[in-house]
Design a protein around this ligand. Structure first.
Ligand SMILES: [Zn+2]
Length: 523
């Protein structure tokens, strides 16, 4: 069978690699910087890598697969994040490796230990399967020693490759090593002054202060390159962990393309095989701007999980990772609808379908797959809330069950979805509400539509009947469908767009729809 979904393409690359190298175990890796809390990017990378491993397990069930969640916790702390307690205390430890900075929450052995715990809790809460690795542990236990020796043995070649990528002024001082000062524990204040490659030691001095952040202590010393007394700079560090853990596959953002290229070269120089890299594009907000923590645009993880079930986020991460996709609160209903509509048309069988990947990874349940008819979409619930002006989950649930009785078999999921839409309605719609008024020139046609609906009396029109009726009334009055439906949305929702009008009126109920039109026509 020829699979078309992208994780299968990726799995195919990994399989070829296994054939070339005679491997029966596959290791994928994702990296995490524990200076801040795990975020939507962390989630996306682990989810996408998990999709690839799923595909691999389908293609080659006998291969053993692992996913390493690697925490770069030897990295130094550059600034105290704004969202932590005891910031002043933390500021006194800037420049030190994260595992040597005290825990601002006073719970764990260090800042990094606390963040690492949060990372694991975070990944566990989604049911991801992974092996946690701490950089500090790998350095200090000697796991990295063999690779560190290779860096020393190839120091001049690595230096030559590296300095070609940095400015001329910085080349003379560049060293792969960042010693941890034995006196003040800082890693960013030190500088390598000499090498004894045969004995794997270096000379260093602690003389690099950072204005307003930390001061160097002036200490001079000679230390071993091995055993966790130093770390290597991050591109070499990336090579170190890929080499040591024999990583076969790793994803990275578009912004790290050059780094990945250099890291591959370093690994080859060390005598290893670079992994299969996969580059994904970064997210944009609804206007096309890059997502930035400072601006707070886009949708953050807490918002997403508060407004919609996690399977919708898994799907968002799944689709087209190599395109710069837009995400933002104004277009949130549309994003979730893409998923709900897609899964509603899934037969629940084929493994070569986006919904198959999402439903397998989503441990807390997922939306219904079925015949694609009468789909409960986010917009439908959202528009219903706007039209009813009554954010009561019981009422909404009653409406939805009438529209699509099957959902009672998966009610916990749909109750979650309703709660999420209500939060979105309260927190996003109400504060940003702008009413768009209908065109008064079309009032006579609205009146005709009202009369036609009233004529239906006790008949029980289907959503399709109502859609046809709306369409016909517009056509008979020489209105373009687009113009006419836009006007109907303005009448019912105070907005220029909405769900299929037939489904909407069906859901709202004939009686309520008629009285809504009467109220509007009376002015
Ligand atoms: Zn020092």
């Amino acid at each position: 069978m020829q699979y078309k979904q992208w994780p299968f393409t990726e799995a195919g690359r990994i399989l070829k690699r296994c054939e070339r190298n005679g491997k029966t175990t596959v290791t994928a890796q994702t990296g995490y910087g524990p200076s801040g809390l795990p975020h939507i990017g962390t989630f996306g990378e682990v989810a996408r890598t998990s999709f690839v491993l799923q595909a691999l397990n389908t293609l080659a069930p006998n291969l053993e697969t692992h996913l390493i969640a690697f925490s770069d916790d030897m990295d130094g702390l550059r600034e105290a994040p704004s969202n932590i307690p005891n910031r002043d205390m933390i500021k006194g430890h800037l420049g030190k490796p994260l595992t040597m900075v005290p825990d601002p929450f006073g719970e764990e052995a260090s800042y990094a230990h606390n963040m690492n715990r949060k990372l694991c809790e975070f990944l566990d809460s989604f049911g991801f399967t992974y092996d946690f690795r701490s950089s500090t542990e790998q350095y200090s236990s000697g796991v990295f020693d063999e690779a560190l020796k290779r860096v020393v043995d190839n120091r001049s070649a690595i230096t030559e490759m590296f300095v070609a990528t940095i400015s001329k002024g910085k080349r003379a001082d560049w060293s792969p090593f960042f010693p941890i000062c034995e006196n003040c524990q800082k890693i960013y204040s030190t500088r390598v002054t000499g090498y004894d490659d045969a004995n794997y030691t270096i000379d260093y001095v602690c003389d690099q202060s950072a204005e307003g952040k930390y001061r160097a202590c002036g200490h001079k010393g000679i230390i071993s390159v091995l055993g966790g007394t130093l770390k290597v700079g991050w591109k070499v560090d990336w090579a170190l962990r890929l080499y040591t853990n024999s990583v076969d596959y790793e994803m990275h953002g578009e912004d790290l393309t050059e780094s990945a290229r250099l890291t591959s070269k370093i690994i080859r120089k060390m005598g290893g095989k670079p992994p299969e890299f996969f580059k994904y594009e970064l997210f944009l907000d609804e206007t096309g701007k890059k997502i930035s923590k400072k601006i707070g645009n886009g949708v953050n993880l807490d918002q997403w999980l508060s407004y919609a079930p996690v399977d919708s986020l898994l799907y968002f991460m799944y689709t087209k990772p190599q395109q710069a996709k837009k995400m933002g609160l104004p277009i949130f209903p549309k994003i979730v609808d893409e998923y709900l509509t897609l899964i509603a048309g899934y037969d629940g069988q084929s493994p070569d379908h986006a919904a198959a990947f999402v439903t397998r990874l989503s441990k807390s349940g997922h939306a219904d797959s079925g015949d694609g008819e009468r789909v409960i979409t986010y917009s439908l619930i959202y528009n219903l809330l706007i039209a009813l002006n009554e954010p009561d989950p019981e009422i909404i649930r009653g409406y939805l069950v009438k529209y699509q009785p099957h959902i009672t078999e998966n009610m916990a999921y749909y109750d979650d979805l309703i709660d999420g839409v209500i939060r979105y309605y309260n927190e996003f719609y109400l504060p940003n509400k702008t009413e768009v008024a209908p065109d008064p020139a079309l009032d006579p046609v609205v009146q005709k539509f009202h009369d036609e609906l009233a004529k239906l009396g006790d008949k029980e029109p289907t959503a399709d009947d109502l859609q046809t009726l709306a369409f016909t009334v517009g056509k008979e009055n020489d209105l373009k469908p687009k113009e006419w439906f836009k006007n109907l949305y303005c009448v019912f929702l105070g907005s220029e767009s909405g769900p299929k009008i037939g489904s909407f009126i069906f859901l709202l109920g004939l009686e309520k729809a008629i009285s809504r039109l009467e109220k509007y026509l009376e002015g």
